[in-house]
Design a protein around this ligand. Sequence first.
Ligand SMILES: *[C@@H]1O[C@H](CO)[C@@H](O)[C@H](O)[C@H]1NC(C)=O
Ligand SMILES: *[C@@H]1O[C@H](CO)[C@@H](O)[C@H](O)[C@H]1NC(C)=O
Ligand SMILES: *[C@@H]1O[C@H](CO)[C@@H](O)[C@H](O)[C@H]1NC(C)=O
Length: 109
Amino acid sequence: MRFQSLVFILVVLLASVATNQADFVDVNDPHVIEIATFAVTEYNNQHTEAKLVFEKVMSGVSNVVDNETRYSLTLSAKNGSASNNYDTIVLEKSSENFSLIAFALNPHA
Ligand SMILES: *[C@@H]1O[C@H](CO)[C@@H](O)[C@H](O)[C@H]1NC(C)=O
Ligand SMILES: *[C@@H]1O[C@H](CO)[C@@H](O)[C@H](O)[C@H]1NC(C)=O
Ligand SMILES: *[C@@H]1O[C@H](CO)[C@@H](O)[C@H](O)[C@H]1NC(C)=O
């Protein structure tokens, strides 16, 4: 009985975390595309040898914490002639203030 109610509480907690936090983004939303192009431009700025060319957003989620929106996007970009998928995280503090938190090759693409 005790174990079952503990499992029930965990399931409820996890479900509420999932519904409160992450929303799937519309990959065609111009704002989502702006966030993704920012990630690629910023990555190129931080890595002088990199010349990635943004292609499209594959999938992503966003969640809002303390007025900041965190976008976790998988995007495709061209690296020379190769088209790769990259996993990125961008934090949006305001409409003019984005920061690139993470940018990594997704090896499963
Ligand atoms: C969020 O934004 C609102 C309106 O701009 C502001 O009043 C509030 O203090 C902000 N909250 C945080 C946690 O920054
Ligand atoms: C782009 O391709 C070059 C050459 O293969 C490789 O060295 C580099 O790590 C790649 N960069 C990214 C961000 O995938
Ligand atoms: C953007 O956010 C950073 C970190 O919070 C802050 O230092 C900077 O002043 C902000 N820039 C603008 C243009 O709001």
